[in-house]
Design a protein around this ligand. Structure first.
Ligand code: KG4
Ligand code: ZN
Length: 358
């Protein structure tokens, strides 16, 4: 089964072709990502209208290239998948409408994929991880701990009450005059910094739920920076190191609780899986390794290019859904907001009270 996947929910335009074998194994045939970083850099964040227009300009060319690289023509594929949300609505409309047109013209099934579901299932494409596993999803828009029990069967164990982790990195970078996206730059600066120089809070530490809160940390950092302004290069590095250490401590603590909740409800997870752009952070990665080792499970972190937004994850999620008999009508609407636990699965269709699983 071969599926075309289209991703346009944020500032990456992406198209990919992925094959799913009868044994459930995945293979990427092509995976093309075009980042709009340069177009948004001057604004220190993604400008929705610029993003939507940029998607329109390049998407059809990108799809043609993905088809060409895979050496396939439309009659040879089995479905067309697009991220139908959550995300910036202008971009989502571009991707989903394009997918609908291609599905209609080529008489192929359409699969409307939830972007978070695609992040959640990537570890099955890269490592064939069996259900159920514990997912730590940390990106620019989301910070969640999720029990991934099956295709379309996701239970939220923890969530951020305010900023996402990637957003906190981006805002910290902006405050310190570093570029966008901020995560990699803050990480880079942190390698030269003293993490013990500034005392920053560890929000939500030791709470019994597995939720996050990051806006207080960002505010505390701003106050420390204001106290010592103007900032020298070393000050910036020390602030970055102190901030990153606080995030690492918070992630370890919150995930420890999330994994405990997972065990209590579903038994041992087959793995701890990290996804989303923040999973590329090495300090966070080290902490996740330690945590997985401590609880006796393995850590799966897909390669950075598959952790950040890409088309292969959408194509793969589309293939998993198609294999489960889940397709969508051409009347499906794009969604700016679409919580993971509202994603339909084969189970939800027979369960008269799907909400009771949450
Ligand atoms: O998953 P992603 O590519 O896009 C979505 O937000 O969906 O994640 C992008 C986010 C940005 O906030 C970026 O600053 C953050 O991931 N990020 C990092 C690192 N690389 C990317 N954060 C911390 N350390 C990194 N090395
Ligand atoms: Zn994402």
């Amino acid at each position: 089964m071969v599926v075309l996947g289209i991703e346009t929910t944020c500032d990456e335009t992406a198209a990919a072709l992925v094959e799913r074998g009868a044994d459930g194994r995945g293979r990427i045939l092509s995976n093309i990502v075009l980042s709009q970083n340069d177009e948004h850099a001057a604004f220190g964040g993604v400008v929705p209208e610029i993003a939507a227009r940029a998607h329109v300009e390049v998407l059809d060319l990108l799809i043609a290239r993905a088809m060409q690289e895979a050496g396939l023509t439309f009659p040879q594929i089995d479905g067309v998948a697009a991220a139908a949300g959550p995300g910036l609505i202008g971009g989502v409309i571009v991707g989903l409408t394009t997918a609908k047109a291609m599905a209609l013209v080529n008489q192929k099934p359409l699969i409307a994929v939830n972007h978070l579901e695609a992040h959640a299932l990537t570890a099955r494409l890269t490592d064939g991880v069996p259900f159920p596993y514990c997912l730590f999803l940390a990106s620019g828009g989301h910070t969640q701990i999720v029990a991934v029990r099956g295709v379309g069967d996701y239970v939220l164990l923890g969530n951020t009450l305010d900023d996402a982790i990637g957003e906190a990195f981006d805002k910290t970078a902006k405050l310190l005059g570093l570029g966008y996206p901020g995560g990699p730059q803050v990480e880079q600066e942190a390698t030269r910094g003293d993490a013990s120089r500034f005392t920053l809070p560890r929000p939500m530490f030791a709470r019994h739920d597995a939720n996050f809160s990051l806006s207080g940390l960002k505010t505390a950092l701003r106050l420390e920076a204001e106290k010592i302004a103007p900032l020298s290069d070393q000050d910036v590095s020390d602030l970055c190191a102190s901030f990153q250490q606080a995030v690492v401590d918070v992630v370890s603590d919150r995930l420890r609780v999330g994994l405990r909740l997972f065990r209590e409800r579903y038994g041992a997870p087959t793995a701890l899986v990290a996804a989303g752009g923040v999973a590329a952070n090495q300090a966070i990665g080290k902490a996740l390794h330690k945590l997985a080792f401590q609880i006796g499970t393995r850590l799966i972190v897909p390669p950075p290019a598959l952790c950040t937004d890409n088309g292969a994850m959408i194509a793969w999620a589309g293939a998993e859904r198609l294999a489960a008999g889940l397709t969508d009508g051409l009347d499906i609407a794009p969604r700016a907001r679409w919580p993971l636990e509202e994603v339909a699965g084969p189970r939800a269709m027979t369960d008269p009270h799907p909400a009771s699983r949450i």
